[in-house]
Ligand binder design. Sequence first.
Ligand code: BDR
Ligand code: CA
Length: 309
Amino acid sequence: KIPLLIDTDPGVDDALALLMAFADERHDVVALTIAAGNVGLQYTVRNALKLCDIVGRTDVPVFAGSPDPLLHPSVDAAHVHGRDGYGDVDLPPPSRQADAEHAALAILRLSHQHAGELMLVMLGPLTNLALALKLDPTLPQRIKRIVVMGGAVTCHGNITPAAEFNIAFDPEAAHVVFTAFPHLLVSDWEATVAHGLPLAEAEQWLGADSDRARFYELISRKTRGLSEDSKGGRWYTADALAMAWALNPEGQLQVESRPLNVELNGTFSRGATIVDWNRQTGQPDNCDLLMAYDQGRFEALVRQALGAD
Ligand code: BDR
Ligand code: CA
């Protein structure tokens, strides 16, 4: 099995991505490292532990990371995910606490333990990975594949007019990550919008007779409500699409390789991902940008994760 380390800030769409990863037979989740992002770290840690309870995987270690971005304070996304990050539905507390090791140190340790084999899937702000890279710049040499949910490749952002949430939350961390890895797989917000889930069908999948579906139906009520109101019945699940690509690269239909830089200073564009579409910078292509994924395969992976097959 392919060892998988997921850095995440759960988060409603993070939770779906985690259900997908735990349901996949070709991958072995070796750890969850937890970022602040959608909501504060105390909530994202709790939500990750809760998810492990639901899938019966209390053996998977959970490591808390940085409570803040590297430099500047950021706003959260509680307006989408709820104040507790899981739709404010009053869940019972998780059965255990996080492990003691810091997320950045756990990433480095596991990169040695699974050197050359480890896949990283980044579903939140990139603070923990940036810290790990500053501690040990040789880290990328031991990583087989890194998939990042982040950015907006033509600057149609979701948190500002130009920027996507995960990058805008900690642009400096994103800059560190995008300049350190020679090659990243990027599933951005615009791919997310192009691959919304059909809400009416998804409601049926959520009615499946499984603990996973019942749990997910509950925590996703608020975000599904937002989709109904504003997005024409398509449900955007950014982290789930990135996870589908990570778990099932065979579903990739179109990818563009280009250089990508993170804007750190713009008046209106801080946190934007500037893709060098016309290759004017002379920089090497450091990213594969996901442009199209097999929608049927994506939906099948979501159904499987919910036990709705
Ligand atoms: C990303 O931001 C978060 O709100 C989601 O969990 C996802 O990782 C989408 O922009
Ligand atoms: Ca996320």
